[in-house]
Ligand binder design. Structure first.
Ligand code: GLU
Length: 288
């Protein structure tokens, strides 16, 4: 593999890291280092309501405790709003987005009332209520109401035609973005959704190989479509298994017992924990 390999670990500073994050970060770093490449750290801190300042340093401390070592200064998505706005403008110019004024409650009511609500990977998706709003009406409402910009999925997917992505574990995958419906790209109070920001930033940081948990496999369909629409390079993907607790449940940030900070406070040695995670054990029972 070439020295140009670049991977990243992209946590949200909304809590401390747990063993699952550690596992993912180690895999991303080892992949890059094994190829003589670079490993970057990116804070996905768009959700200002959930982000807490102390978690930036806390996460760096957790990673350093495991012996991880990223290249350069960590990037913050909260400093990239102009780039997300520019991406949205590109999609607007191409007529691929529309403003949506529906509240969550209205969407839920509409789905409940319709026997044939479209279903996708995560259950019923947005039924497209605002897609047909008259342009002048929409312009007036933009100034007065809360709104989100949504991707017109049918139009975008038709324009793109068949798209594929490569995964080292899964092989060549045909993207099915239409299973996600008209995804939200930005909201009035949030400059980018996860899908938009991650796509724009992976390209901006020159990420060649995306190493992350397999809970994000489905989202890759949307990322692949956005890459195409925005003219961005397509990275290779390496989705890995998630480590789980003894009952097979995914770890979550609320699962304090398995946070790296808790293990550290309990006297565990970071290098030993990292070695155990490198042994590729998807179940964390050895630690409990
Ligand atoms: N920020 C995402 C998370 O914490 C990870 C995004 C990604 O790896 O694509 O789950």
């Amino acid at each position: 593999m070439s020295g140009a390999t670049v991977t990243r670990f992209a946590p949200s500073p909304t809590g401390r890291l747990h063993l699952g994050h550690g596992f993912s970060a180690i895999r991303a770093q080892d992949f890059a280092r094994g190829a003589g490449g670079r490993f970057l750290l990116r804070f996905e801190d768009i959700d200002a309501g959930r982000v807490r300042e102390e978690y930036y340093a806390g996460i760096e401390e957790d990673l350093a405790w495991l012996g991880l070592d990223w290249d350069g200064e960590p990037m913050r998505q909260s400093e990239r709003f102009d780039a997300y706005r520019a991406a949205l403008e590109t999609l607007k110019t191409r007529g691929l987005v529309y403003p949506c004024f529906c509240t969550r409650k209205e969407i839920a009511a509409e789905i409940a009332a319709s026997a044939s609500a479209p279903h996708g990977v995560d259950g019923p998706f947005y039924p497209g209520t605002c897609r047909g709003i008259d342009r002048r009406d929409a312009e007036r409402r933009l100034a007065e109401e809360e709104f989100a910009w949504r991707l017109d999925m049918e139009k975008a997917a038709a324009l793109a035609g068949p798209l594929f992505w490569e995964d080292s574990a899964l092989g060549r995958i045909a993207a099915r973005p239409e299973l996600h419906g008209d995804v939200v790209l930005t909201r009035k109070d949030a400059p980018a959704s996860y899908n938009l920001a991650v796509t724009v930033d992976d390209a901006f940081q020159g990420i060649t190989d995306i190493v992350r948990g397999n809970d994000l496999i489905a989202s890759t369909d949307v990322h692949r479509l956005l890459q195409h629409l925005l003219g961005l390079p397509v990275p290779r993907y390496h989705h890995h298994v998630l480590i789980t607790d003894e009952e097979g449940k995914r770890l979550s940030k609320r699962d304090d017992a398995r946070s790296l900070a808790t293990l550290r406070a309990a006297g565990w040695d970071g290098a030993e924990v990292a070695a155990a995670l490198r042994a590729d054990v998807p179940n964390i029972s050895p630690f409990t």
